[in-house]
Design a protein around this ligand. Structure first.
Ligand SMILES: *Cc1c(COP(=O)(O)O)cnc(C)c1O
Length: 361
């Protein structure tokens, strides 16, 4: 079976873990500090604050931006649920702007009319590894004095007009094993703003700047030195991993463009898409349904996945909160998308197996 995701853990990672274990210093320490420095410099930001996962990084970004109960944060309905849940954790209200059908990302055209007196931030998601329209969102943020948060949990190393994501607003990354780089569990918040970085690092560690002096209600969002040591080895190979993902994507797209009823991923101009997911649309012109194709791929030894079958505003939990909006593009995408394996360990023969399984006869 060709898996949908496969972390690449090398001997350098094993050695790094082993060295941390032998040192006896396991919690947030020197390894975390080094990893933060390297990650900030990779993204081109002044600061990076390591966290225990990407969800924490998002919550930290919102808390550091002083998002308070009752505030509104505009975001996308088409993402992993953590993007919007991080807003709920602050007792703030996610407001959903429908997506651009080409990129699956938040469409700036739908954002401005949602900005009201309680709006405090825009939280965009660089979905599948493709940056959203940063310039448009940034100009709305400056015009309306809103915080700008980039959920880059799927977009490590992606670029918008030559600049890496996570460096435009407050960047939030995840190092879950399926992501473009991993630490097992882990996350990172990036920023150029000294005040945000400082507040986030205090909040991450139970609100203490000095040991046992708690200045605010903080959290334990710390990363372990074990995770950071893995992260350092993964960051060193991120560009190589991403290059392989892009190469795999180009190969698949070349074949998929010739298959009637399937739509290969669109890549916007000036964008470096790092293909966390390689997600196609299965339209009604294809001989069988999306779900039937998924079954068929499984039978032919190819795992696939639907990211995401239910848009966030349609999740049972959100419906219970009273969300009843209709967001046609997000809902249509949820019914058509299918992600195929794209990870760096795929062989030439895996890629050909995937293509053959898509050709229906
Ligand atoms: C993975 C992911 C998260 C959450 O990251 P965790 O490390 O799993 O907490 C948030 N947003 C998006 C878009 C993600 O893909």
């Amino acid at each position: 079976m060709i898996p949908i995701a496969q972390p690449v853990i090398d001997q350098a990672a094993v050695n790094a873990i082993s060295a941390v274990l032998s040192s006896g210093k396991l919690a947030q320490g020197e390894q975390v500090k080094s990893f933060e420095g390297m990650f900030a410099s990779y993204c081109g930001t002044k600061y990076a604050v390591a966290t225990s996962n990407g969800t924490n990084a998002l919550q930290l970004a919102l808390l550091a931006s002083e998002i308070e109960p009752g505030d509104e944060v505009i975001t996308t309905p088409f993402s992993f649920v953590a993007s919007a849940n991080s807003i709920l954790y602050c007792q703030a209200k996610p407001i959903f702007a429908d997506i651009d059908p080409l990129t699956f990302n938040i469409d700036p055209k739908n954002v401005e009319r949602l900005i009201g007196p309680r709006t405090r931030a825009i939280l965009g998601v660089h979905l599948y590894g493709q940056p959203f329209d940063v310039n448009e969102i940034l100009s709305l943020c400056s015009k309306h004095n809103l915080a700008f948060i980039e959920d880059a949990c799927q977009a490590h190393g992606a670029e918008y007009h030559g600049q890496r994501v996570g460096s435009f607003g407050i960047g939030c990354f995840s190092f879950y094993p399926t992501k473009n780089m991993t630490t097992g569990e882990g996350g990172m918040m990036t920023t150029n703003d000294t005040r945000i970085a400082e507040k986030a690092s205090v909040l991450r560690n139970h609100g203490q700047r000095e040991r046992y002096k708690h200045e605010m209600l903080g959290y334990n969002f710390r990363m372990t030195d074990i995770a950071a040591a893995i992260g350092i080895t993964q960051l060193a190979r991120l560009d190589e991993f991403n290059a392989k993902r892009i190469q795999n994507a180009n190969y698949l797209s070349q074949a998929i463009r010739r298959i009637n009823g399937l739509i290969s991923p669109f890549v916007a101009n000036g964008i470096k898409h790092v293909f966390h997911q390689y997600t196609i649309r299965v339209t009604s012109d294809y001989p069988i349904s999306r779900d039937a194709l998924k079954e068929r791929l499984q039978e032919k030894g190819v795992s696939s996945a639907v990211h995401y079958p239910i848009p966030i505003h349609k999740q049972p939990m959100y419906e219970r909160l009273g969300y009843s909006v209709t967001l046609p593009e997000a809902e249509k995408a949820a019914s058509q998308v299918l992600s195929l394996p794209i990870h760096p360990s795929l062989t030439q023969s895996d890629l050909d197996t995937i293509i053959e399984a898509l050709i229906y006869e």
